[in-house]
Every structure is written in C-alpha cells, then in structure tokens.
Design a protein around this ligand. Structure first.
Ligand SMILES: *[C@@H]1O[C@H](CO)[C@@H](O)[C@H](O)[C@H]1NC(C)=O
Length: 353
C-alpha cells in the first residue's frame, strides 16, 4: 500500500473516530545540513543534539561529492556514490550516511535524502553525468546551466534510475535496505531541485519516481523542490500518482508565502498530495536572521505546513548556515519548531519520529 492511500484512509477514520485512533492533521519542523555526515564526530553530535533540543525532527542531506573543510567546517572530503562513470559505485558516502542515521535515530531525527543534486550537473559541480552526456557546464555563481540532456536522454534517465535503485537497495548496518528503513528515513527526494533554473516543463525525469515508488513502501516519495515557488508547484507534480509530498523551495520570504501558500494547499488537497516548505532560509547577522526566521515560521505554522530550514551546521556564518552561537536566530528556530510540533496541520503526515 502506498503511504498516500494510508493517509486518505487515516483521514476518513479520523473523522469517524478521532478519539479512538488519534490520527489527525499535524505539522513538524526540520532542517537541512546537506553534508553533515562528513563533519568530525564531535561536531556532528553537537549539531544533532542541538536539533533534538530545538525539536527539529527531520534532517535533509544530499548524496553528492563533498570537498574537505567547506563553509568553515572541519569536515572530510568524500566521493559521490558514482565515480569515474555512471554505475561505478563507491559506497563510502552511503556508509558515512549510515553512521549519521545511527546517531540521528536515537535523537528522534529522521533523514530526508536527496539522492542527487541538480547543481552537480555542471553548475556548482560536474559529476559523472556531465562527462558521459556532454552536459554544458557553467559557473553557477554567474548563471545556472542548461542540463536538459539529463532529463530527456533515455540513456541518462536509465542511468539515473540505476543510481536510485543502488541507493535504495543499500543496506543499513542492521541489514535493512534503505528503501525499508522507516525508523531512520522520513522521505526520499527525487532529486534536489530537478530542472531548477531551466524553464523546462517536462516530466520525463519522473521515470525515477516510479523507481522510488516501487522500491519503497512506507517512506515518502517527495519531489525535492524546484528553484522557486512556480516550478516547485509545477502541475505535473500534482498529477504524478507516485509522488506523496510536493516540496516547496523559496527564498522569497513571508509575503511570497502568504501569496502562494493558500492556493498551493487547495491544489494539494484536491489532488491528494502533501506539502512541505522544504527549503527556505535567511542570511545576515544574528538579529536579522532571527526576525526573518520568526516571520516566515509564524506564517508557515499558521498554515500548518511543515518546514525545513536551510541550514543548520557548525559553525554558523552570515550566509544561510546557522547554529546555537547565533543565540537570537537559534531561539527563533527553537520557539518556531516547538510551535510547529503543536500546530494544527493542513495535512496528515505519518512516519514522523
Ligand atoms: C537546452 O539544451 C537543449 C539541448 O540539449 C536544447 O534543445 C534547448 O533548447 C536548450 N534550452 C535553452 C533554454 O537554451
């Protein structure tokens, strides 16, 4: 049974006998920390402890090559899971994520795993798909590149399906394949920001969705967002039956939330989809971050839509990275997360920690 069918069934039951089974609409909060598994253990544990104390329940990471000591962190380098060419596996990264899962689970934190990053397709990085399919790279700080080949070439799509299958069938330390590791994994993204900044209206990438949906029974299949509100909410996300959660990514602030969210909730309800504000964030000094976060969190909690901040890591910076030393911002996150966990939700999420 797909979890979405279970949601519908659960919602009907909740109306009939809500006091008996306790299934009702809910919300929650989490954060991205996309390379947390590469941090030295003491820093990893500090981040996980802080997330737990704040009430953050989901932790979003990427499966992507990571360089050493990025963003001021003390972290090790790791290869992507595909090295040299597609299908040439290096599972070191998956084993590092296994350790992270073993540390997050006892703290009541589940992972959201993005199995690939669109911006590794010749934008911030150039991975094996760029080499194999001659995807034209660019300097991502200037403009995003045209990686449409990845989404339209049938061989590239087949290679990506193999990547998804490899990741989903990777076995956690207790032998459970990730596709069934409901205690440790909340959702799989299809990709981080598939087709982001490309003005493509094409759903061929969602061959990968079918792989995800067929492989996992209890873990949510989620889109992984677009670059903006508009492409996050592309119509095909709502019509693809294998997608459970439509992820919204936006750095456009509170007014954009207020102008877009009511319509998004309506469409999601009509199409039987769940919504999550999976990426948003604030830059600046501590007080600027705190006020920007509070404003957006209050709006999101008011709509009962779960959210995941970009991003929590040690150390903090004046960019999007935040940690406990930013005492005002961290207080905003803690207050907001606890409120999210109490908020009356617009949707019913199962598989929460
Ligand atoms: C992107 O590249 C494809 C060929 O790979 C081309 O057909 C398409 O027109 C390009 N899109 C843009 C916006 O340049």
């Amino acid at each position: 049974m797909k979890i979405n069918d279970f949601n519908v069934f659960g919602a009907v039951l909740a109306i009939v006998c809500s006091n008996l089974i306790g299934v009702s609409a809910n919300s929650f909060a989490g954060a991205s920390s996309y390379f947390l598994y590469t941090l030295q253990q003491s820093d990893r544990i500090a981040v996980l402890d802080a997330m737990q104390a704040a009430g953050l329940k989901t932790l979003r990471i990427f499966v992507t090559q990571v360089a050493q000591n990025i963003k001021g962190c003390t972290n090790s380098a790791v290869n992507d899971v595909e090295v040299g060419t597609t299908g040439n596996w290096d599972d070191t990264i998956l084993q590092m994520i296994d350790i992270l899962i073993s540390e997050a689970m006892p703290r009541g934190i589940k992972l959201i795993i993005a199995p690939h990053d669109r911006y590794a397709l010749g934008c911030w990085q150039s991975d094996v798909y760029v080499a194999k399919y001659n995807i034209p790279p660019t300097d991502c700080s200037t403009a995003a590149n045209n990686a449409s080949i990845f989404y339209t070439n049938t061989n590239a799509i087949a290679d990506y399906d193999k990547r998804l299958l490899h990741i989903l069938s990777h076995k956690y330390t207790d032998g459970t394949p990730w596709s069934q590791l409901t205690d440790g994994i909340f959702a799989f993204n299809i990709q981080n920001e598939a087709m982001g900044h490309m003005d493509m209206v094409d759903n061929q990438v969602y061959g990968g969705v079918i792989v995800l949906a067929q492989s996992e029974m209890h873990i949510y299949v989620s889109t992984g967002g677009g670059a903006y509100w508009s492409d996050s909410l592309n119509y095909y996300n709502f019509y693809c039956t294998d997608i459970d959660i439509i992820d919204i990514h936006s750095y456009d602030g509170t007014s954009a939330i207020n102008s877009n969210m009511p319509g998004a909730i309506n469409t999601a309800n009509q199409q039987g989809k769940l919504l999550m504000m999976e990426e948003w964030g604030v830059t600046g000094d501590d007080s600027t971050k705190a006020s920007g976060m509070t404003s957006q969190i209050n709006a999101l909690n008011g709509y009962g839509v779960p959210w995941s901040l970009w991003e929590v890591v040690k150390p903090s910076s004046t960019d999007f990275e935040t940690f406990t030393d930013e005492t005002q911002a961290w207080s905003a996150i803690t207050t907001g997360a606890k409120a999210a966990n109490r908020a009356s939700g617009a949707f019913t999420f199962n598989n929460l920690p």
